[in-house]
Design a protein around this ligand. Structure first.
Ligand SMILES: *Cc1c(COP(=O)(O)O)cnc(C)c1O
Length: 466
């Protein structure tokens, strides 16, 4: 596709401005450009066509199936966006006098009041701007708790190998030594491995649940009990709360703190780099360490992890979503997410699940045997899906499964869509056995085929030399 600068034709444009009816005043020479700016010259219709064409190169949940595992790419009801666009919420400033922002305070208070019982926590902050940022905040609460008790020997955080990659990164960022423990063959935490590393130096454990292979840890009560007996605290990575919300609560499972990705489960789209909110909830014994906005009457040494109150409009969307779904809708959404994942896992023919058991909101396919048989990799399958008009699933993650494809259909897909998806996966399974070379060359119908992903990430070229 041509750049808008390449479409430019000298003299094209739109004469919207009325003739100047005030006296012209010349700028002083030192403030004037030496040459006119190189702006593209196009008519209104040319501009409109250019941007419409550009928008068609984007793939989102409004275009079709988007099962990006661990990212919860679901359809978010428009009403959430409409509420967040109300001028009363958008035309405010954090430094405005308190009496003019009472409604906004109420949004934050009510969201906390509703999310605490959903998670089984006693208090919550909306300051962190992302899931990983929420983890960072939560682990700092754990650190402050031990510090306040003068318990300085606790230098280690335990992280199972089925955790989201941000968990060990967070623990390291907070200055802890990360102790990795393996999973048992059933995909859950290996209890013996956990017992072997627990001790007086354990600050806590971070558990992603459901874990990155989509499994709810069946020993979860025992895990939190063991950690507490060793004097550590338990952190629940609840980024994917849509698997359990309204059905089970981290607080009841023995966790001391939790973060939620409001920008996955609660109505703000994930991905695309937009603003997020990694809300952090905690039990009463950690509540005094929670971040406070400098505007609130906190102590001088209060924790602040972001300016003011965080990404406020994301909280408006989450609140709208919770109020719209209500007491029945929240658990129904969770059940739908789990049902859809299990249904799709069973409908897909040929490809093998990494763990052949009931999953939560997502599941992982293990294509290593398939690759040995056909030479076709998980990457080839992902690229072939693009030709079928579908967004590929998450690939090569989690790292504990080789040739992984990780699918999260989400609760907002219909049975008809899931049947179509299963059909396409089945067709690709057959195609791999018949014409593997065709799949090595996929995608055949996309504007971009196989970019050098390492260079694109490490050395992105985002400027066009004109
Ligand atoms: C997405 C995700 C995160 C990180 O969230 P970000 O907002 O991308 O920082 C952490 N843990 C789990 C389990 C996730 O799925």
């Amino acid at each position: 596709m041509k750049l808008i600068f390449e479409r430019s034709v000298p003299g094209h444009g739109t004469e919207y401005l009325p003739p100047c009816d005030v006296e012209e005043v010349a700028l002083p020479p030192h403030l004037r450009r030496a040459a006119p700016p190189k702006l593209p010259q196009l008519s209104e219709s040319e501009v409109s066509r250019h941007y419409t064409q550009l928008s068609k190169q984007v793939y989102g949940v409004n275009c079709g199936f988007y099962p990006l595992g661990s990212c919860t790419m679901k359809y978010n009801p428009r009403i959430d966006e409409e509420m967040a666009a109300l001028p009363g919420f958008t035309n405010i400033h954090p430094l405005a006098p308190g009496y003019t922002t009472e409604g906004c305070r109420e949004v934050l208070d009510l969201a906390e009041k509703l999310l605490c019982p959903i998670t089984g926590m006693d208090a919550m902050t909306f300051q962190p701007a992302a899931g990983a940022h929420g983890e960072f905040t939560g682990v700092l609460l754990i650190k402050r708790y031990h510090d306040a008790r003068g318990d300085h020997q606790r230098t280690k955080i335990i992280v199972p190998d089925s955790a989201h990659g941000t968990n060990p990164a967070t623990a390291a960022m907070c200055g802890y030594q990360v102790v990795n423990i393996p999973s048992a063959p059933n995909g859950c935490v290996d209890l013996d491995a956990l017992k072997a590393v627990l001790g007086a130096d354990t600050a806590g454990l971070m558990l992603t649940n459901p874990n990155t292979v989509g499994i709810f840890d069946e020993n979860i009560l025992q895990i939190t009990q063991l950690v507490h007996e060793a004097g550590g605290l338990c952190y629940y990575d609840g980024a994917n709360l849509n698997a359990i919300m309204g059905v089970a609560r981290p607080g009841d499972m023995g966790f001391d703190c939790v973060h939620l990705n409001l920008h996955k489960t609660f109505a703000t789209p994930h991905g695309g780099g937009g603003p997020g909110a990694g809300a952090v909830g905690c039990k009463a014994h950690l509540a005094r360490f929670l971040p406070k906005s400098a505007l609130m009457d906190g102590q001088d040494d209060h924790l602040q992890v972001r300016s003011f109150h965080g990404n406020f409009l994301v909280v408006v969307k989450a609140l709208t979503y919770i109020l719209t779904l209500g007491r029945e809708g929240i658990p129904a959404a969770a059940r739908g997410a789990v049902l859809n994942a299990n249904y799709l896992m069973r409908q897909i023919r040929g490809f093998q699940p990494a763990f052949d058991r009931i999953c939560m909101h997502e599941f992982v396919l293990d294509l290593s045997r398939f690759k040995k048989e056909t030479g076709v990799s998980a990457l080839d399958v992902a690229k072939s899906l693009i030709d079928r008009g579908m967004h590929p699933p998450t690939m090569y993650f989690p790292m504990i499964v080789h040739e992984a494809l990780m699918l999260e259909p989400t609760e907002t897909e219909s049975r008809q869509t899931l049947d179509e998806v299963a059909q396409v996966y089945g067709e690709l399974y057959d195609l791999a056995h018949q014409d593997p070379d065709y799949m090595h060359g996929a995608p055949h119908n996309a504007p971009i085929g196989r970019p050098d992903e390492v260079r694109a990430a490490r050395d992105p070229v985002v400027r066009q030399k004109l």
